[in-house]
Write a protein that binds this ligand. Structure first.
Ligand code: ZN
Length: 331
């Protein structure tokens, strides 16, 4: 689920500037800027930690010990070789001693998590009542839930995207807890949004009914998202007698639906399949790949990675894309 956190926030601030003039409105741009920069830097650090996890999880190694080292020559890295993004750029992506190629994944993951966390903070901070003088009907809990929630979601989606791209692996111990966390996130967000709207009417029985109705709908959405993948998997098996789409992808779809709702999960799937098809066409068009076209036709593409990218796009602009599509389709 995603409430209208985007779009109307800028106008909220503009209104606050017009009507306000108190200390908060003067501090507002500064708080927003510093909060966003802080979250971005924190994201770089957590992206760096994710790189350690992504290298060690598939090997079944501990992510705590030993300290960061070069995978090629085994030398333990000094602190200045561990600075996110900066070290990779300074070393031009190679180990200082053995010159082994570190890989694109390191700067890419760090930058992605950094940017996504900065965006989470930017969008969430706009929901603090003190910042917007309650013109958005917001509530500090909603802001906190949004910021933390989108940070967790983007971290999980980037991790799953990288694991599926490198190992065609969507671990159960990330997807299952991810689904549960997403469900709790949606419920909390709905509960606090409901309170903000209904508290003044003191309509407790109505709140309760709406809450359980929402929880039921959310569960239905999660089941439908997973069911869609299972249905495609079954139809593919009937026709080709071969596994076309993994069970991990079904759990991933459930995860996206738990966090963002069924419509956004569907959008993520459509975007993911479109991206996958595009990459497949490009791969087939490359001359080197055409030589063994037979095996290329069977080659497995990491659909999970594309669904994760679709999920990130949906979490940022899903509501706008769906609204634009519905307008275009004449609903
Ligand atoms: Zn080395």
């Amino acid at each position: 689920m995603q409430l209208e956190t985007r779009g109307r926030t800028a106008s909220g601030i503009r209104k606050a500037r017009v009507h306000g003039g108190g200390p908060y409105t003067q501090l507002l741009p500064m708080i927003l800027l510093l909060g966003t920069i802080f979250a971005g830097l924190l994201g770089l650090a957590f992206g760096s930690f994710m790189n350690v996890c992504l290298s060690r999880w598939p090997e079944g190694e501990s992510v705590v010990t030993p300290r960061s080292h070069c995978c090629h020559c085994g030398r333990t890295l000094t602190w200045w070789e561990n600075v996110p993004l900066v070290s990779w750029l300074a070393l031009r992506g190679r180990c200082r001693t053995c010159r082994a190629w570190i890989g694109w994944r390191y700067p890419l993951v760090e930058l992605t998590v950094g940017v996504l966390w900065a965006l989470s903070a930017w969008q969430g901070l706009h929901r603090f009542p003190d910042l917007t003088l309650q013109l958005n009907g917001s509530n500090p809990y909603i802001a906190l839930i949004l910021i933390l929630g989108y940070m967790i979601l983007s971290w999980v989606l980037v991790a799953l995207a990288a694991l599926d791209a490198e190992h065609l692996w969507l671990p159960d111990w990330i997807t299952w807890p991810g689904i549960l966390l997403g469900f709790i996130f949606s419920l909390l967000l709905f509960k606090f949004s409901l309170n903000t709207v209904l508290d003044r009417y003191n309509a407790w029985p109505l709140q309760q009914r709406l809450f359980f109705h929402f929880a039921f709908k959310a569960m239905l959405g999660i089941a439908a998202a997973a069911g869609l993948v299972l249905l495609i998997r079954w139809i593919y098996w009937l026709i080709r007698r071969r596994e076309g789409i993994g069970l991990g992808d079904a759990k991933l779809m459930a995860l996206v639906a738990a966090w963002l709702g069924f419509p956004c999960a569907l959008l993520s799937f459509v975007l993911g399949v479109a991206m996958g098809a595009l990459v497949a066409v490009v791969l087939l068009a490359v001359p080197a790949a055409r030589e063994n076209a037979e095996s290329w036709g069977l080659n497995k593409l990491p659909l999970g990675t594309f669904i994760c990218i679709g999920g990130i796009v949906s979490s940022l602009w899903g509501q706008h894309i769906i609204a634009a599509y519905l307008r275009w389709a004449g609903f």
